[in-house]
Design a protein around this ligand. Structure first.
Ligand SMILES: [Zn+2]
Length: 394
């Protein structure tokens, strides 16, 4: 059915009241019909007798009674490939993070903070002197400010120096590359700029993984109206808005740049952060895996997308079990058990830890043990020779 169908007047008045609270254009209220959906919606012409709650007030408690299996510890020792611990430069901080990891069964955390040079050396030394010396691995970062002729060779030399010093990989290369970084001449630094080829060639020669975060969820690039799945998040966080095409590329432009970069460097072990922001379209990521045998991805901060499609996500994670790595992104110890529960249990309709990412509930995928082992540690160990092997099952 068409989405231009007229909306009864009473509903329009109610929607206008909501719109007064929002920065969205009034045209945004009626959702386009989805396949199989009837229009008009029953009761569309009626007005609620009580003032409707706003988007942050409506928190209905679920009356569903189903089995509950909390999973405070991962079933197998895990590598957090997308770790953002605090600066690991003092015994107190290392012990605090290490103790939290012990309780979660996190065996190794990759510090993907991209610390280079002195900051990298300082943390390597502090961890080596601690009782958690086999529990942290450091990736280095790139200085992509003011790239111009000759920058690529200089950045590549820094990368090699950091790897010689003990960095086990490169990353996280943040979303600023592609969105915010500009060249010395003022133009946007595109992901596939040939000036950076020496950097990727160096990573390939050194056989280290390159962990890269490109862009953000596609909704961050779309109009902020009442059809936008991330309306609340976009309303809460001004720095996640990429609607201005004079400043930012579109989501698809950015993805096309990224894909050209991946294809041009088949000797690099690429690891895309956040399932490449395709967790809402896993078939698309599957096609990328099919055409790029050197491509891997990590599951940080997209749990809300896997947990809302448990059957499709389970099938995908089984099919691509050799390409997927566990990663969490921000270091909040009490959030990890949500991941274990989604991957390990068959629980239904349970809470997610952020309201603004997801208005929906999560479901467990009940992944087979053999897949959990690869996801939690097997693939990370295979791609990253620098991760200590102790503590993992043979
Ligand atoms: Zn990150």
């Amino acid at each position: 059915m068409s989405n231009t169908q007229r909306r009864p007047a009473a509903t329009a008045v109610r929607c206008l009241a909501l719109l007064a609270l929002a920065a969205a254009p009034p045209a945004a209220a009626q959702q386009p019909a989805t396949p199989g959906q009837i229009r008009p919606r029953p009761a569309e012409g009626r007005d609620p007798e009580f003032p409707p709650p706003n988007i942050r007030e409506y928190k209905p408690r679920s009356t569903l009674v189903v089995p509950v299996h909390l999973v405070p510890r991962a079933k197998y020792p895990a590598v957090d490939f997308h770790g953002h611990p605090p600066l690991l430069a003092s015994p107190e901080i290392i012990d605090r993070v290490g103790a939290a990891m012990d309780s979660l069964n996190l065996m190794v955390m990759v510090s993907a903070n991209g610390n280079s040079g002195e900051r990298l050396r300082q943390q390597l030394a502090a961890v080596a002197a601690s009782k958690y010396k086999d529990r942290f691995v450091f990736f280095t970062g790139l200085n992509l400010r003011d790239v111009g002729p000759g920058s690529g060779a200089k950045i590549a030399a820094q990368l090699e120096a950091d790897v010689v010093a003990g960095a086990a990989g490169l990353g996280e290369i943040g979303k600023g590359f592609g969105l915010f970084a500009h060249k010395a001449d003022g133009s946007r630094l595109t992901l596939d700029d040939p000036e950076l080829d020496p950097v990727w060639e160096t990573a390939a020669r050194l056989k280290i993984p390159v962990f890269i975060h490109v862009g953000d969820p596609s909704e961050f690039f779309e109009p902020i109206d009442f059809h936008n799945e991330r309306w609340l998040e976009l309303s809460l966080y001004p720095d996640r808005r990429y609607q201005d095409r004079s400043r930012f590329p579109s989501f698809e432009e950015l993805m096309a740049e990224r894909n050209r970069l991946l294809a041009r460097h088949p000797k690099v072990t690429w690891v895309l952060a956040h399932l490449g922001w395709h967790a809402n379209d896993l078939a698309r990521l599957g096609r990328m895996f099919d055409s790029l045998p050197h491509l891997y991805s990590e599951v940080g901060a997209i749990l809300y997308d896997l947990g809302r499609q448990p059957r499709m996500a389970r099938e995908f994670m089984i099919k691509y079990q050799d390409r997927l790595l566990f990663g969490k992104d921000s270091f909040q110890p009490d959030e990890y058990p949500y991941y274990w529960r989604v991957f390990e249990s068959n629980d239904e309709y349970f809470d997610y830890y952020r309201d603004y990412h997801a208005f929906w509930k999560l479901y467990g995928l009940g992944l087979p043990d053999s897949v959990l082992k690869k996801l939690y540690y097997g693939n990370a160990l295979r791609l990253t020779p620098g991760i200590p092997r102790s503590g993992f099952p043979k």
